[in-house]
Design a protein around this ligand. Structure first.
Ligand code: ADP
Ligand code: ZN
Length: 745
């Protein structure tokens, strides 16, 4: 029998407790537990706040700061299992690290307020045995429709009216009239989510010796943590080339965790990836896990949250927000594509879900697996210093070879005007199509053109709410802002000089590339895969299936298609603008470009046929391109790490950004300049700025930035706290703190 992993909870009665509410208040509030009630830390309770009745969580012993006479009673205890101790610690830890009120973090754990209400029930119907016997009774009319309803019910469990009517092919009023006549009796049904239990004995693939060795190491870590509570924590990097079977390997760790009776969380960077992942999991375990992302309906959200907190959900796969779900007994976290920047949230509570997942594992004393083919520099350095363990898989499964990567030097290619495909790449595409193989063209730009310009006066179409160009989406006939969602129909004339028909598209997006492909390869079936053309997991699944069935010859896509997918007949990857991510001087530009292009390259030649990758670049001598072409990842990361160390940049130094925003630009600038004048004068701390942010207006709000750079040993939080406290903030100006920023816009 697995031992429960919870320590006994302190109970309170007839005394003060602190209750944390899911609101951005300074901290937890004290309440009194009346003598007819007994609560324990982690319990959900309802409490009065002003005139309102709110739901919160018992956080611990009261602080004694509030006068006993002013103390209010807890109203009641909710009938929901408690929040586990490690999650409470994670909430406090994240709040402190990201400098947010703990209630703002708790709100992420309690993101489904309706899940706290008593479960919704529905009315179901069963045949009424008494009247069924009296069917011959002439007072009860037995029509054909009514018989069909009874026939449907004869086979199975009680059903709700709509469902029953649909199965029997009758209208819902037939069901209701049968209930009124006493032919059916009603029962109360609890709404439930389908929870299949994963089958550990389900047939599994036979692992190669190196895969088996990695799997054994992971299983050992899981078993060790389940057996001994205090040495269960470890961070393990699963470092394997694309197609090496990392997923199959960490599935074994999941199986071991299920065997130990504990829960598993798998985090993926994007919703679009969950579909293929779910399919693979289902094949491996004969059961679907639960999913968690922004595309769930309200009911799915509520039921999933309840299934998690009750411990019924064994395995959950989700995007970054899944990290704060209330698992009572988490025994393993897997962060797939750990290097991905989508794990960083830079609005509201700014946190990095990968880093906080490591914290959750440490607080809960269980192992965490970081899986990737291109580790983030942070992780790479943590492995080198021995803080993280590393398991490597250096070969593709089944003898598939790694793709051959070559640069196309765009400075010497004879390019047609308004063409984005170099002759060398065109030739390679034609060759692949002739051998009935698939091609992927990668361009990390949605829409038709990133900029629309007036040929007469030079005016550029800009978002009215943001400092950004409007992106033309020709398929939808819209010009849209990718920052705030503003969109408009393309104007007939230039809004500045009012000369008609002068607006011209500048530069390519995926739609424009598709146009060129259609012209050059009219016989090929081409599809676009970008986040706006595949809004839902279902749309993504359709494209993925078409690709797997070889109904698509050329797939054009943005970074959304770079990740995870496995298409056996895809042998050529063409990167249309390999330099795109290098511009802008972002701290992680080189690292990210390497990761992204490496990952895109990894889509080629994953099965029997060898793959080839062509990078169109104007800077083939850039270290990123050279490392990609020569396959020298570790040298590249080592050089990158040395560079960061020399300049005291993360992970060797610390960064924190202050973003000042508001509607009134005078006030925003005043606050930014005051912060600048009061910069901490502290050894090892430097402040860059204030300066208007590159995105100087976003959703109508003016923005300024400051960046604090500090030595690793600096207590950045207390420095920031003292600094921000010096400035009086008025109106709707907001100072957002982003510790470990990823975005510098
Ligand atoms: P990665 O996550 O490292 O890119 P995957 O886990 O997606 O690699 O594996 C690539 C492909 O090879 C998948 O289709 C997977 O099912 C298959 N595969 C990997 N290992 C095995 C194995 N031992 N037996 C059978 N198929 C395997
Ligand atoms: Zn905008």
């Amino acid at each position: 029998m697995p031992t429960p992993h919870t320590t006994p909870r302190r109970t309170y009665q007839n005394e003060r407790v602190s209750v944390l509410l899911p609101l951005p208040l300074a901290g937890a509030y004290d309440y009194f537990v009346p003598s007819d009630l007994s609560v324990a830390s982690g319990d959900f309770v309802s409490v009065p706040l002003g005139k309102r009745d709110l739901k919160g969580v018992v956080w611990g012993t009261g602080s004694n700061e509030v006068d006993a006479r002013k103390l209010k009673n807890i109203n009641g205890l909710l009938d929901i299992p408690p929040i586990s101790e490690d999650l409470r610690k994670l909430v406090d830890w994240t709040a402190s690290y990201t400098m947010n009120p703990p209630g703002a973090v708790l709100r992420m754990s309690m993101s489904v307020p309706s899940a706290l209400d008593p479960p919704k029930t529905r009315t179901g119907y069963l045949p009424n045995p008494v009247t069924a016997e009296a069917e011959g009774d002439s007072r009860i009319r037995m029509t054909e429709a009514r018989r069909r309803v009874l026939a449907v019910l004869a086979e199975g469990p009680p059903r709700v009216a709509a469902d029953l009517a649909r199965s029997a092919g009758v209208s819902a009023s037939v069901v209701r009239s049968m209930a009124e006549a006493g032919l059916l009796k009603s029962v109360t049904l609890q709404q439930q989510i389908d929870l299949d239990q994963p089958d550990r004995e389900h047939p599994r693939p036979i692992l190669s010796p190196s895969q088996a060795a990695a799997a054994t190491a992971l299983i050992t870590a899981v078993e060790q943590s389940s057996a001994k509570d205090d040495e269960g924590f470890s961070v393990i990097l699963l470092d394997g080339v694309t197609g090496s079977g990392k997923t199959e390997v960490y599935f074994e760790a999941i199986a071991a965790t299920i065997a130990a009776g504990r829960q598993v969380l798998v985090m993926l960077p994007e919703i679009a990836l969950t579909t293929q992942w779910l399919k693979r999991f289902t094949e491996r375990f004969g059961a679907r896990p639960l999913e968690w992302h922004s595309d769930l309906t309200g009911a799915e959200r509520r039921l999933t949250w309840r299934a998690i907190i009750s411990g019924d959900a064994g395995v959950v796969v989700g995007t970054r927000s899944a990290l704060f779900l209330p698992f009572p007994d988490l025994g393993l976290i897997v962060v797939d594509e750990e290097h991905d920047s989508s794990f960083k949230q830079d609005e509201g509570v700014c946190y990095n879900a990968r880093d906080m997942a490591v914290v959750r594992a440490r607080l809960g004393n269980f192992p965490i697996v970081l899986s990737t083919a291109t580790p983030s520099l942070e992780t790479f350095v943590n492995v080198r210093t021995g803080r993280y363990k590393s398991l490597s898989l250096s070969e593709r499964h089944g003898g598939a070879s790694l793709p051959e990567i070559a640069a196309i030097d765009m400075r010497v290619e004879p390019m047609d005007s308004q063409s984005w495909l170099a002759p060398t790449l065109q030739e390679a595409v034609a060759h692949s199509l002739a051998s009935r193989e698939q091609v992927m063209l990668f361009l990390n730009r949605r829409g038709y053109a990133p900029l629309t310009l007036c040929r007469h006066c030079g005016h550029r179409l800009q978002c009215p709410n943001c400092t950004s160009w409007l992106v033309e989406h020709r398929l939808q006939r819209r010009l849209s802002c990718h920052h705030c969602g503003f969109s408009m129909s393309p104007p007939e004339e230039c809004p500045a000089c009012e000369v008609p028909e002068t607006l011209a598209a500048c530069g390519p997006g995926v739609e424009r590339l598709a146009e060129e492909v259609a012209e050059r390869f009219p016989q090929a079936h081409c599809e676009i895969m970008a986040s706006d053309t595949m809004q839902s997991p279902t749309a993504a699944a359709v494209l993925v299936r078409q690709m797997q069935n070889r109904e698509i010859d050329i797939l054009i896509g943005t970074q959304i298609m770079a990740k995870g997918h496995h298409f056996p007949y895809l042998t050529l990857v063409g990167v249309v603008d390999a330099d795109l991510g290098l511009a802008g001087g972002d701290l992680r530009a080189a690292e990210r470009t390497f990761q992204l292009l490496h990952q895109v390259s990894g889509r080629a030649g994953r099965a029997a046929r060898p793959g080839r990758v062509l990078l169109q670049t104007y800077r083939p001598e850039d270290p990123v391109m050279e490392a990609l072409v020569s396959g020298t990842r570790d040298q590249f990361l080592t050089a990158e790490a040395e560079e960061r160390e020399r300049y005291g940049m993360p992970p060797f130094g610390r960064l924190a950004a202050l973003i000042i925003s508001g509607n009134d630009h005078v006030e925003v600038e005043r606050v930014a300049r005051t912060l600048g004048r009061n910069s901490p004068a502290q050894e090892g701390v430097t402040v860059l700025g204030p300066a208007p942010a590159p995105l100087s207006i976003l959703r109508g709000r003016h923005r300024w930035r400051l960046l604090l750079k500090a030595r690793r040993e600096t207590n950045v939080r207390s420095t920031l706290r003292n600094w921000v406290a010096k400035v009086r903030i008025r109106g709707n100006v907001r100072v957002q703190i982003d510790v470990d920023p990823y975005s510098f816009l």
